[in-house]
Design a protein around this ligand. Structure first.
Ligand code: ATP
Ligand code: MG
Length: 424
């Protein structure tokens, strides 16, 4: 049975073509002029409806990937699990995908294991495609032919009610792709929506499914969760739904052992990350990794030292242990774990304040990050205030000798990202 959508004509919705990027419009028109259907879909249209500035624009069409490839010289096909085209205009990438059919259809092009979608290249039409999307607010289509919005799933009503609601049976949809649990949290925070009770409830029972997600995909999701300027809220929700333990098992252990201290440290780290994003200062996950794993690291360092190891050796060994455990959950690229290592090692070197060593440390490329980390420890109640005061005075006196600025070179690109996440 086909469901009749609600069609909202141009005169009854606020989205105008001038809100949409020129490149996205170009793609829509070229597809349409070639005789294909072409819609704007997903986060771009959702954000416009809510008065946010969209991060990017996704297009969906009945043209097949090869046909899209032929139509756009500046395009390439990506993804095996989910084949789609990236059309590139300088820094901006418009993602163009072909309508997918709903999940009850099975044949060689769709591969499902234990309820999980492994491959999904069964093509369909718009009224097939809509059902495989995750939340109702993500399933609005903007039709370039008449500028209307097509709503199959009651998205407009959910926008009105400010609620995030899964399309279909939430538990089954989480089983198909457990990352949707993280997406629920991310969108709830980003949009300021509540999560509908039916969408929320299964998360408590299914959070453990995150353990089966490839660590590389969780890294992509980690970046979106924690580097978007709302990491503190995200952290609270991840803990509320018991998702956090599956992303940071070691940190969860420390929270269980000493909630107040560990939570204090984490909250301050998230708060300062969010502040930096708001002030448009560069942020990298290296600093957050250092903070998230610091309680576990500190405990291990103490143990190694009581076995006779020096400070530096203990930190190095403990870093290896803690990081190698962490990357089995989230595979942080080496440049980020290396930054955490540097920050940790420098915590020990900051203790030495005699002779030429402080001056040398000042010019270390990670000095600023290590100093900021020391501040964080002091704020979190560690007994390092005296060190903080000393280094504050010393570094102010010799400002010109300070190495590279705070979070280092690894400035994150906030726009025009080069690769889009894989997805189901
Ligand atoms: P943003 O780009 O702001 O993070 P978005 O909603 O555009 O949010 P994308 O990951 O860019 O998210 O995906 C685009 C659209 O594809 C989504 O709006 C949704 O309709 C669909 N989608 C993406 N990932 C999934 C998923 N894991 N399960 C179901 N649908 C998905
Ligand atoms: Mg998007």
């Amino acid at each position: 049975m086909r469901i009749q959508p609600r069609i909202i004509p141009r005169s009854e919705h606020p989205i105008s073509r001038s809100d949409i990027s020129d490149n996205a419009l170009k793609v829509l028109y070229r597809l349409s002029n070639a005789g294909y259907k072409a819609y704007l879909v997903g986060g771009g249209i959702r954000d416009l409806m809510l008065g946010h500035k969209p991060k990017d624009f996704d297009v969906v069409t009945d043209a097949r990937p090869e046909q899209i490839r032929e139509l756009f010289r500046n395009s390439r096909l990506i993804g095996r699990r989910f084949r789609l085209a990236h059309v590139r205009f300088g820094d901006e990438i418009i993602e163009v995908s072909t309508f997918r059919a709903a999940h009850h259809i099975t044949d060689g092009e769709r591969h499902i294991e234990d309820g999980r979608i492994i491959r999904d290249n069964v093509y369909g039409d718009i009224d097939d495609d809509v059902w495989r999307r995750d939340f109702t607010v993500n399933a609005l289509f903007y039709n370039i032919d008449d500028f209307s919005i097509i709503d199959y799933v009651g998205a407009m009503a959910d926008i009105e009610a400010q609620q995030l609601r899964m399309i279909g049976d939430a538990a089954a949809r989480y089983r198909e792709d457990p990352v949707r649990m993280l997406r629920a949290i991310r969108f709830a925070v980003k949009l300021g929506f509540t999560i509908h009770p039916d969408t929320e409830k299964p998360i408590y029972e299914l959070n453990h499914l995150l353990n089966d997600i490839p660590p590389a995909r969780l890294f992509e999701e980690f970046m979106k969760l924690f580097m978007g300027g709302q990491s503190l809220k995200i952290y609270h929700l991840l803990r509320r739904y018991d998702l956090f333990q599956h992303l940071f098992p070691l940190t969860q252990q420390m929270l269980d052992q000493d909630e107040t201290r560990t939570d204090g440290m984490l909250c301050r780290a998230f708060l300062s990350t969010d502040e930096r994003v708001r002030e448009d200062k560069p942020v990298t996950p290296g600093f957050l990794i250092a903070a998230l794993l610091w309680p576990s690291l500190a405990e291990l360092v103490e143990e190694y030292k009581s076995n006779g190891l020096t400070d530096q050796d203990a930190i190095m060994l403990a870093s290896d242990a803690v990081l190698s455990r962490q990357i089995t959950s989230i595979s942080f690229p080496r440049r980020f774990t290396q930054m955490a290592r540097d920050i940790w090692l420098l915590q020990s070197r900051l203790k030495h304040r005699r002779g030429k060593r402080p001056m040398r440390l000042l010019s270390h490329p990670r000095f600023r990050a290590a100093y900021d980390f020391l501040l964080l420890r002091a704020e979190a109640g560690e007994d390092v205030q005296e060190m903080v005061d000393w280094w504050t005075e010393f570094s102010e006196k010799h400002q010109d000798r300070i190495g590279e600025s705070h979070h280092g070179r690894a400035r994150l690109r906030r726009s025009g990202r080069r690769h889009k996440p894989r997805r189901v």
